[in-house]
Design a protein around this ligand. Structure first.
Ligand SMILES: Nc1ncnc2c1ncn2[C@@H]1O[C@H](COP(=O)(O)OP(=O)(O)OP(=O)(O)O)[C@@H](O)[C@H]1O
Ligand SMILES: [Mg+2]
Length: 355
């Protein structure tokens, strides 16, 4: 099979004087699930609209395989699109909504019926095919929109926050369903979200956007464990940051000296750290409050706050442990403000960022 990668090359998009997408260079492999993640206004929807053909780049090229597509109208790009608000036709029943893209393409009547039945079964809506969108729940409407995007068997599906309107339980179920479809049909999916846990659980790769630029792109693991900047470290999950100066960065280990005189043993960095000023990032779930085990880093500190969250205990420490937030095991639920604890974490969980 011919590989049909999606390729953005030097793509810019401005609205008036506002540059919304800034020199985007991005290749999405065929069959890949890539999430575009970033704060509101960072350009995610605009990028998807340019890929779908509803917006034109101000400059640069977009291609699919060997074909340049940025001049093609949407229906010639053969991409399924699921918008945030579903955009179903309110006066048409479920089956007619799903049949619409096939009718647009002049598919023979008999074949339309067959394909609509098949795709509605796939999203488990066969029994509701005669209902109007207003007679469906949010999750059911979302699945109609998904069926309509898949019915003409596109190889690429674009989704703009498709699950944003659903409650948590339904959203998690739909995440699993979309992932299963992605694998089963070998689809290329470009998925816009501002929900970081959704991006982490669903994607092969995540592109983190900040003001129209890719701040970092990589696997969920790379993005979470090896953020390149303070922005990425704080946008993906929660983290503790301490500022210091790089004292040692060698094969045997690395050390960051703290202004107060202490130090933190950290994971050595292969990257050229331009400045001596360093931020150390430590995720709250990597910090332990038990004594006993010998750790690379160990401090004695006092708990200033402890909140029970059911599956974990969220603890704040005083300045003796840098005011760190810790996600403690719920077995430690008896911990309370005022308690003196031993705080420990390993060097491999301390990641250096430029300050
Ligand atoms: N048609 C338009 N005309 C003028 N400005 C626009 C237009 N569409 C988007 N913008 C601006 O472009 C910027 C990026 O918008 P975009 O919708 O791509 O952001 P987003 O990352 O999808 O945000 P959100 O998470 O809120 O959906 C915003 O500042 C927005 O106001
Ligand atoms: Mg958007």
């Amino acid at each position: 099979m011919v590989q049909s990668n999606i390729r953005f090359e030097q793509v810019n998009k401005s609205f008036g004087t506002l540059r919304v997408v800034d020199d985007l260079n991005l290749v999405i492999e065929q069959g890949e699930f890539v999430s575009l993640l970033g704060p509101s206004g960072s350009g995610k929807t605009t990028i998807l609209m340019m890929l779908a053909g509803f917006e034109a780049p101000t400059s640069g090229t977009i291609s699919l395989g060997s074909q340049r597509i940025d001049q093609l109208p949407p229906h010639k790009r053969n991409m399924g699109v699921v918008f945030q608000n579903y955009a179903l036709f309110p006066h048409m029943d479920v089956a007619s909504n799903v049949a619409f893209p096939l009718e647009m393409r002049g598919t023979p009547k008999a074949e339309i019926g067959e394909r609509v039945t098949r795709v509605l079964d796939m999203v488990q809506l066969g029994a509701l095919k005669d209902r109007k969108p207003s007679q469906l729940s949010g999750g059911q409407q979302q699945r109609v929109a998904l069926a309509r995007a898949l019915v003409f068997e596109p190889s690429v599906v674009l989704m703009d926050e498709p699950l944003g309107a659903l409650d948590k339980q339904l959203r998690e179920q739909m995440q699993l369903d979309i992932r299963a479809l992605h694998r089963r049909l070998g689809l290329t999916i470009v998925f816009v979200t501002h929900d970081q846990s959704e991006a982490l659980t669903m994607s092969d790769r995540i592109a983190v956007f900040n003001r129209g630029k890719i701040e970092q792109i990589g696997s969920p693991r790379e993005i979470y464990d090896q953020p390149h900047s303070r922005f990425v470290a704080q946008f993906i999950g929660e983290t503790n940051l301490v500022e210091g100066t790089l004292a040692e960065n060698g094969k045997s280990g690395a050390t960051v000296a703290l202004p107060g005189g202490g130090q933190i043993r950290v994971q050595p960095s292969g990257a050229q750290l331009a400045s001596q000023k360093i931020l150390v990032s430590v995720r709250p779930e990597r910090i332990r409050l038990d004594t006993g085990n010998k750790a690379d880093n160990s401090y004695s500190a006092t708990i200033t706050d402890a909140v029970y969250h059911g599956d974990h205990l969220r603890i704040q420490l005083d300045d003796d442990a840098f005011g760190f937030i810790v996600k403690a095991d719920r077995k430690q639920a008896e911990l309370a403000p005022g308690d003196r604890v031993t705080v420990s974490f390993s060097a491999s969980d301390c990641w250096m960022l430029p300050a």
